[in-house]
Design a binder for this molecule. Structure first.
Ligand code: A3P
Length: 339
């Protein structure tokens, strides 16, 4: 798929209500055809559709983090839904008995909204009281683009990442299942892969996103916790214990004896969440006038490690492995699609 050159952007649908400086900013940014999302903007080194980008800019301008806030950060399709469920269950465990738990009747994204994709979506102005009542937020924003108050405060950030092959395949399925107004036809695996390898994906380049949080977790481990989906899948007990400690609510010896951690793991498991009515038939829009309707069932596909090996050719796997090796060279971090 051909990339368009950075060029002045024609007005997009929904630009009418925007301030002059927002319109000017949008028209100054490089744009490209992102496949299913035909019009992506490059802002501070990463690619976004217009509504998410406007949400980021609004959030950068207006969100004031408090020291007690907790932020869950991911690239799309890295296990965000799982992390939200876990963090919500851990931090609210004293409030809700398991049989009446909100996770049984609410999709995790409703309980832990995205800053830029829900609260500030498309330049929305969220109710400050709602913001303050939440305290637990999520984002796909890269570290460098986070609002300054998040970086400057003692607010903690948990980053979950995942093997790029599985992220890519998960997003390919997900985006082809989205009802996207601008294009009805699905994107082929090959075209989507070429774009991903060129760094063009929603919130991509993938490797820059991961590296931003990785570096910060090394420099400020008390501020940023770095987790891998694969580690959580392999053996969740130790990482989830560490997660509870990091979030400031470690499991007590009594909770250990009573199996609290195991109850949380069971509540948040793929098997449990994906079989709940709310996640089988529910639907969500990111914000008012959001053209993309997400059917919750598409947030729970297979939930396995290495599924990309069922889709990518040997050449594709080698190409992605090589890109990751080059991009992560010099950092104590590895990702291999070929496992
Ligand atoms: P697959 O498409 O590989 O199945 P996100 O939540 O960031 O959108 O990521 C979605 C991916 O996480 C999907 O991966 C989905 O199946 C998987 N997932 C969702 N809930 C999960 C859970 N509770 N445990 C493990 N994986 C989960």
């Amino acid at each position: 798929m051909a990339m368009s050159r950075p060029s002045p952007t024609p007005p997009q649908e929904g630009e009418e209500g925007l301030s002059h400086d927002c319109k000017e900013l949008l028209s100054s940014l490089p744009t490209t055809n992102g496949g299913r999302f035909t019009h992506l903007y490059q802002y501070e080194g990463f690619w976004y559709n217009q509504q998410f980008l406007l949400g980021i800019i609004a959030c950068q301008r207006h969100f004031q983090a408090h020291d007690s806030d907790l932020l869950l950060a991911t690239t799309p399709k890295s296990g965000t839904t799982w992390l939200k469920a876990l963090a919500f269950a851990i931090t609210n465990r004293a409030r809700y008995p398991f049989p009446q738990h909100p996770l049984l009747t609410n999709n995790p994204h409703k309980l832990v909204p995205y800053l830029e994709m829900n609260l500030y979506y498309g330049n929305s102005t969220p109710d400050p009281e709602r913001i303050r009542s939440l305290g637990l937020f999520s984002t796909h924003m890269p570290y460098t683009s986070l609002p300054q108050s998040i970086k400057d405060s003692n607010c903690k950030v948990v980053y979950l990442c995942r093997n790029p092959g599985d992220v890519f395949i998960s997003f390919w399925h997900f985006s082809n299942n989205l009802k996207v107004p601008e294009t009805q036809s699905p994107i082929s695996l090959e075209d989507a892969f070429d774009l991903f390898c060129a760094g063009i994906s929603m919130y991509g380049p993938f490797w820059d996103h991961v590296l931003g949080y990785w570096k910060e977790s090394k420099e400020r481990p008390e501020k940023v916790m770095f987790l891998k989906y694969e580690d959580l899948k392999r053996e969740p007990v130790a990482p989830v214990k560490r997660l509870a400690e990091f979030l400031g609510c470690p499991f007590t010896p009594q909770e250990d004896r009573e199996g609290m951690l195991h109850d949380i793991l069971k509540l948040c498991s793929f098997e449990n969440l994906s079989n709940l009515e709310v996640n089988k038939i529910g639907k969500t829009r990111h914000g008012n006038n959001d053209p993309y309707e997400v059917e919750h069932k598409h947030l729970f596909r297979r939930g396995e490690v290495g599924d990309s090996l069922n889709y990518l050719t040997t050449q594709m796997i080698e190409r992605l492995d090589q890109i990751m090796e080059e991009k992560l060279q010099g950092y104590d971090l590895t990702f291999q699609v070929s496992v």
